[in-house]
Design a protein. Structure first.
Ligand SMILES: *[C@@H]1O[C@H](CO)[C@@H](O)[C@H](O)[C@H]1NC(C)=O
Ligand SMILES: *[C@@H]1O[C@H](CO)[C@@H](O)[C@H](O)[C@H]1NC(C)=O
Ligand SMILES: *[C@@H]1O[C@H](CO)[C@@H](O)[C@H](O)[C@H]1NC(C)=O
Ligand SMILES: *[C@@H]1O[C@H](CO)[C@@H](O)[C@H](O)[C@H]1NC(C)=O
Length: 503
């Protein structure tokens, strides 16, 4: 998430191909929701209308077990675009200066560069293809002085010489990251909790000409298990649905432009979201609601599994390998910090478009969201088991500004302090104070409420998942690999040195 005014970030990279001989170039369109979840017909939510996502799903493989590796917008996008976990691409030096604003901007560097991977354009600047597109996406105000979006209009030349056009016969990677359905209560409350009123034509809201707002009755929304079933939360969800409808119509427009330009059938289209929805146990958490993502992968060359649902455990870390695979680009050899060669731990999803694999493991890594929210966690899903390691388990779980002010959380706080029923599946004390290790059997306990980590019957499972997790941490050069009971001393053996801190 981010709090700056720009709403939709777009990255356009012209990909140089050396060895692929195809009459028509292959392209990629990556569509990202901001804090989006499973509120779509494509994921069997019948309370919301998302015709464009549903149509895309009919030409896609629909993933049921897709996870982000990190439950926070900026590091999630950095991870998604690099294929590297946040502990590698998003260490403190990128996050500490600016908790939110800058680092959710358009990431302009490609995967070929090992350095400054999350460098972004200054908000509102108008130079270069990224801001050219970002300036005029249809659901936020254009930055002052920026040219309108022409790149997607067939026949139109881009507004700057730097921007490639569809007609150059060069392959493209187009990254369209919507601001919807992000919350607004913290940054622009005048537009509603989810900016659901922005552009709806009412007084002071402006008008988005190609958006037909859909409103929802709070009585009709589907309340996910991790959201309290209260009038306040239902109204919050109804606002979120309207915002998702705006994104859905935007997705329809983008796809229509590509279709009209005659390039859609050469384009791999991927839709997903950066992190869980901004509700309790969602965004900023590594629990299922914080990390499970919608993911649609639509390849014109792989119609075999269109409309099917895959159970494979996949990660947003798989998207970089997938896109490189689509373009037949090998991953370059380079080091980020010192001499450690960077390796991708994700894998291409293209084979899954042909046949269901037996993939059962994905990893998660979170260090912070806002600058005051240091709460490092690492996690692994393996088959039906989910392990979360809370490194700072002795401190209360931090709450971000945007979620704090949400009607759902305010209502939860009010009810808790007043001693009223909360309608929630947890209580605040549980939510704030977590065990160091949390182990859940999602077959028996899909809501992750019964921690098995201390249960002797699950000792072997616990040890297996702990071993997998720490192995992944070493492989990905995780600076937290020895924490919280040790300190990493890379030049010594053993490398984890004890702190004797009673943990
Ligand atoms: C939606 O429901 C149908 C029928 O129960 C099921 O077959 C399908 O897998 C579900 N889709 C998803 C994405 O869960
Ligand atoms: C990012 O990398 C490029 C190329 O290595 C370099 O020219 C530029 O100065 C770097 N920017 C920052 C902010 O480090
Ligand atoms: C789309 O592309 C596929 C695979 O390249 C091809 O088989 C199909 O005929 C194309 N469809 C259209 C309408 O061009
Ligand atoms: C919570 O309580 C405060 C103080 O009484 C009140 O102003 C606010 O409207 C309440 N919020 C909700 C969502 O009920």
């Amino acid at each position: 998430m981010r709090s700056s005014g720009q709403g939709c970030w777009v990255l356009l990279i012209s990909v140089g191909l050396c060895c692929v001989h195809r009459a028509r170039p292959r392209n990629v369109l990556l569509i990202l929701a901001d804090d989006g979840g499973f509120e779509s017909g494509a994921y069997n939510n019948s309370a919301i209308s998302t015709p464009h996502l549903d149509a895309l799903a009919r030409r896609s493989l629909v993933f049921r077990n897709a996870f982000t590796s990190v439950s926070s917008c900026s590091p999630s996008r950095a991870s998604l675009l690099t294929g590297l976990p946040q502990s590698v691409v998003f260490p403190g030096k990128y996050k500490s200066q600016s908790p939110m604003g800058r680092t959710c901007g358009p990431v302009r560097r490609g995967v070929k560069d090992g350095e400054n991977l999350s460098e972004d354009a200054k908000s509102g600047a108008c130079e270069g293809p990224a801001s050219l597109l970002a300036a005029s996406e249809w659901n936020v105000r254009p930055a002052p002085g920026c040219p309108p979006l022409q790149l997607l209009r067939p026949g139109a030349e881009p507004a700057t010489a730097a921007g490639p056009s569809w007609h150059s016969h060069r392959p493209f990677f187009l990254y369209v990251a919507f601001h919807d359905p992000h919350r607004c209560g913290h940054s622009q409350p005048q537009y509603g909790a989810f900016c659901e009123k922005f552009g709806n034509g009412e007084s002071g809201m402006g008008r988005i000409p190609d958006w037909t707002p859909q409103t929802y009755n709070p009585k009709d929304v589907q309340v996910p298990y991790f959201v309290p079933d209260t009038p306040a939360a239902r109204a919050d969800l109804a606002a979120q649905y309207t915002t998702i409808g705006r994104m859905d119509q935007g997705i329809g427009l983008v796809l229509q432009e590509l279709r009209g330009a005659g390039v859609l059938n050469d384009t791999l289209v991927i839709f997903t979201s950066d992190n869980g929805i901004p509700f309790p146990s969602g965004r900023t958490n590594l629990y299922w609601p914080g990390t499970a993502e919608p993911m649609l992968v639509s390849s014109p060359e792989h119609p075999k599994r269109w409309g099917q649902v895959s159970e494979a455990y996949v990660s947003l870390l798989d998207l970089t390998p997938t896109i490189l695979d689509w373009f037949s680009i090998p991953y370059p050899s380079y080091a980020i910090f010192g001499t450690k060669t960077v390796q991708l731990t994700g894998r291409s999803l293209l084979p899954v478009l042909e046949a269901e694999p037996l993939w059962t493991t994905v990893f998660g890594s979170q260090s912070y969201h806002e600058v005051t929210m240091s709460y490092p966690m690492r996690s692994v899903h393996h088959q039906n088991f989910h392990l979360v390691h809370n490194l700072h388990f002795k401190m209360p779980f931090p709450i971000d500004q945007d979620f704090y002010i949400s009607p759902t959380f305010q209502d939860l706080l009010n009810r808790t302090t007043a001693g009223q029923p909360t309608g929630w599946y947890k209580d605040l004390h549980q939510y704030y104070y977590r065990e160091r290790w949390e182990l859940y059997d999602r077959n028996q306990d899909p809501h992750e409420t019964h921690n098995l980590a201390a249960d002797p019957r699950y000792t072997q499972v616990l040890e297996l998942l702990q071993t997998q997790l720490v192995k992944w941490q070493w492989e990905t050069h995780d600076p937290w690999v020895c924490a919280p009971d040790g300190v990493l001393e890379e030049k010594l053996a053993p490398q984890c040195r004890p702190l004797h801190n009673e943990l």
